[in-house]
Design a protein around this ligand. Structure first.
Ligand code: PLP
Length: 368
């Protein structure tokens, strides 16, 4: 069996340190906003080339609170890519704004910046670009467009911890950058967790209150905030794991290179483009095939866990049926949703395991 992600093998490699740090929290009983949270916020802000980090309960909350603190609300439009995890768009709905979707670029899977400008209207307040699968978006071009039209950029970097665009980490370009530490992410906690990074003093102060019942001081509430704090136990785990992130991302990159070399010319497979190291942290390794459904079934029957990210584009989800959007307006997303397969990808995946996945794919095309 080759798992899609192997959290156990990674835990085994850091168990002593993680157990020790979690034990310290249990001993000190500083479960809510304990020291490990502040320590993580300091380290992760620096890691992301940002002044501040605000730890929150999940990546979804990070996106929600980021839009909330900007004052985005009913009557406003917020632009997002048509192929993303639903949470990107849910955050827009939570604040009462209207999601406006843009098709994806066939070369990068990210939002097609050539199509972005056509979606901007006087109601557009913000754009939420997603560094999908771990690939950094062309942030220079995006920031220029946003500046030209006076709209805010909130980066969804939930899949791209440590990805770099022209020497700067993603998350640091927009007014805020949002991260998820869902266990399977490149930097994953042992439960739900998330963070916002920003270099804006006022937003940092407001977000620190907003995640904590809108409270600058216990029992004094300046706004109707939320209970969305980064859990201290999760912060203790993240402090240990952050030290390994660069090395883990390098291993993911090496694994992507191995897949690309070994899968070249196999069947009708279209491989992802590999940019320079750092520009893609390969949260997911996504290939395309016209025979996707039978290939996926073949892999799964042979105990190779593969997946689809995402099988149903946002405009086709029941949750967004009310937007009345047509697949015809998103030809690349529509086509790709029927062709994409995500292969097992994690730092500890060995070359032997990659050979097994590749062998299985070759067998599939021989018999098909
Ligand atoms: C692109 C993207 N945005 C948002 C999220 C939401 O993060 P979370 O699951 O931590 O709420 C995720 C991950 O789940 C994601 O992949």
């Amino acid at each position: 069996m080759i798992p899609f992600v192997d959290l156990k093998i990674q835990y085994n490699s850091i168990a002593q340190e993680v157990d020790l740090e979690m034990h310290k929290v249990l001993e000190q009983t500083n479960f809510i906003l304990g020291e490990p949270v502040a320590e993580f916020e300091k380290e992760f802000a620096a890691f992301c080339d940002s002044k501040y980090c605000i730890g929150v309960a999940s990546g979804t909350d990070a996106l929600h609170l980021a839009l909330r603190v900007l004052g985005v609300g009913p009557g406003d439009e917020v632009i997002a890519p048509a192929n993303t995890f639903v949470a990107t768009v849910l955050a827009i709905s939570y604040v009462g704004a209207k999601p406006v979707l843009v098709d994806i670029d066939p070369r990068t899977f990210n939002m097609d910046l050539a199509k972005l400008e056509g979606k901007i209207t006087p109601k557009t307040k913000a754009v939420v670009p997603v560094h999908l699968y771990g690939r950094a978006l062309k942030m220079g071009l995006l920031m220029d467009l946003a500046k030209k039209h006076g709209i805010q950029v909130v980066e969804d970097a939930c899949q791209a911890h440590g990805a770099v665009w022209e020497k700067r980490k993603v998350g640091s370009f927009g007014i805020m950058g949002c991260f998820s530490f869902y266990p399977g992410k490149n930097l994953g906690a042992y439960g739900d967790a998330g963070a916002i990074v920003t270099s804006d003093d006022t937003l940092n102060k407001s977000l620190k209150m907003l995640r904590n019942y809108g409270s600058p001081k216990k029992y004094y509430h300046d706004s109707q905030g939320y209970n969305s704090r980064l859990d201290t136990l999760q912060a203790a785990v993240l402090n240990v794991k952050l030290k390994h992130l660069i090395e883990w991302n390098k291993k993911r990159f090496r694994n992507a290179q191995l897949y690309n070399t070994k899968l070249r010319g196999v069947g009708d497979i279209i491989l992802p483009k590999i940019p320079s190291e750092g520009a893609h942290v390969f949260h997911l390794f996504v290939i395309r095939s016209k025979q996707r459904d039978s290939l996926l079934k073949y892999l799964q029957e042979r105990q190779i866990q593969a997946g689809i990210h995402y099988p149903v584009p946002i405009y086709a989800l029941g949750a967004y049926a009310h937007l009345g959007l047509s697949a015809l307006d998103y030809p690349v997303t529509e086509k790709f949703s029927k062709e994409i397969v995500s292969l097992p990808m994690y730092p500890e995946l060995s070359e032997g395991q990659i050979d097994e996945v590749v062998g299985c794919i070759k067998d599939f095309f021989k018999q098909s």
